[in-house]
Design a binder for this molecule. Structure first.
Ligand code: KG4
Ligand code: ZN
Length: 370
């Protein structure tokens, strides 16, 4: 059973092919066209440019994902697929793409289409959703709409030999969302709490701007933090004294802004502020997650979303999880699946094939809830 997955909720145009064989789920291809260079000069995602770039890239990215997936098949099928894809690429570069795109995947190659339907930027979502619907319609294939956060959650199901156990406590930390969910089964996902203001990744991006460290902010802060002292500044750890599982990062961001105005911003001060800010975020995330682990006693703790690429967060969360009194497994997605990608959408779809419907039932929803 092969799934073509499409993800265009924000600023990455992504397509992947995922195979489900009995209980095994395997990624056959995972292609991402990043828009970082387009948005860098604006210091953040510029929605109209994002939509235009998705329009430009969605076909070539899908073609690449389909042909890469063929490359992992039997030799004869692979040879046939490669010559089809070579012809297709030639057609594509000659501007004759319309005749080629749907030929590269014969109906037997793809059985389902999956697409992110929300949440996200509506102009971005619409490109992927409309493309996926057209693909499904033209091939008469079932299509599955996937919530973007569900996709991030399932990035933890990418390693067949190391999947989480239920109940699993999952910390979603990305640029658009931060929250804790308890997953009791594939169909029972209970939100425990979420950010009341900025998402963790958003705080990284905004603080990187304050410290003038570059774009995107998360990787820039974590790189600068390697040279800094995490104890140099005592930034606030908001909400840790509360018993609920909500988060807040806007006070922390403002504290960094005020502190930055008091200093001559040398490389050393920036590194110390980056490290101290990063440690405050990590303390908040770990504090809430461990608090929830004591209350719900999950069998697994999982991280996901762009901020889960942060090595300090991964290392410190793993240590905190291992110090819990009951035994627990700790999971992080492979690095390539931390930020937005279509493989995670395909994996989520593989566990929810029963939700497949027809193209006319699928629509984009910028505010879709988990
Ligand atoms: O999950 P994602 O790709 O997009 C959303 O769904 O929002 O997350 C992007 C976020 C950005 O805010 C980025 O700064 C952050 O993930 N990020 C990081 C790191 N790499 C990416 N934050 C902290 N440390 C990192 N190494
Ligand atoms: Zn995301």
């Amino acid at each position: 059973m092969r799934i073509l997955a499409i993800e265009t909720s924000c600023d990455e145009t992504a397509a992947a092919v995922v195979e489900k064989d009995g209980k095994d789920v395997r990624i056959l291809s995972n292609v991402i066209a990043s828009q970082i260079e387009i948005h860098r000069k604006f210091g953040g995602v510029f929605p109209e440019h994002a939509s235009r770039a998705h329009c430009e890239k969605i076909i070539p990215v899908t073609v690449e994902a389909l042909s890469e997936a063929h490359a992992t098949q039997s030799k004869s099928r692979r040879r046939a697929a490669w010559s089809a894809s070579r012809a297709l690429r030639t057609d594509f570069h000659a501007g004759k793409i319309e005749s080629g795109i749907f030929d590269v995947a014969a109906p037997s190659d793809i059985d389902f289409v999956a697409v992110t339907t929300g949440p996200g930027l509506i102009g971005s979502l619409l490109i992927g959703v409309n493309f996926a619907k057209t693909f499904a319609y033209s091939k008469n294939l079932p299509i599955i709409g996937i919530n973007h956060w569900l996709g991030h959650i399932y990035s933890n199901w990418a390693e067949a030999s190391d999947i989480p156990q239920f109940p699993a406590l999952i910390l979603i930390v990305s640029g658009g969302h931060t929250g804790l969910v308890l997953m009791k089964s594939h169909d029972e996902i209970i939100p425990l709490g979420q950010t009341l203001d900025d998402a963790a990744g958003e705080a990284f991006d905004k603080v990187a701007k304050v410290l003038d460290l570059g774009y995107p902010g998360g990787p820039a802060i974590s790189k600068a933090a390697e040279e800094g002292n995490p104890k140099a500044f005592n930034f606030p750890r908001s909400m840790l004294d509360r018993k609920d599982f909500d988060f807040s990062f806007s006070g922390l961001k403002t504290a960094v802004l005020y502190e930055s105005k008091k200093h001559k911003m040398t490389g050393k001060i920036k590194a110390d502020m980056a490290a101290s800010f990063q440690q405050a975020v990590i303390d908040i995330l770990i504090g809430k997650t461990i608090q929830a682990a004591y209350q719900y006693r999950p069998k697994s703790i999982c991280l996901c979303g762009g901020v889960s690429a942060n090595k300090e967060l991964r290392g410190q969360m793993k240590k905190a999880a291992s110090s819990l009194p009951h035994s627990i497994t700790f999971h992080c997605p492979p690095m390539a699946l931390t930020t937005d990608n279509a493989a995670m959408i395909g994996i989520a779809a593989a566990y929810h094939l029963d939700k497949a419907s027809t193209y006319d039932k699928i629509n984009a929803n910028a505010n879709l809830k988990l």
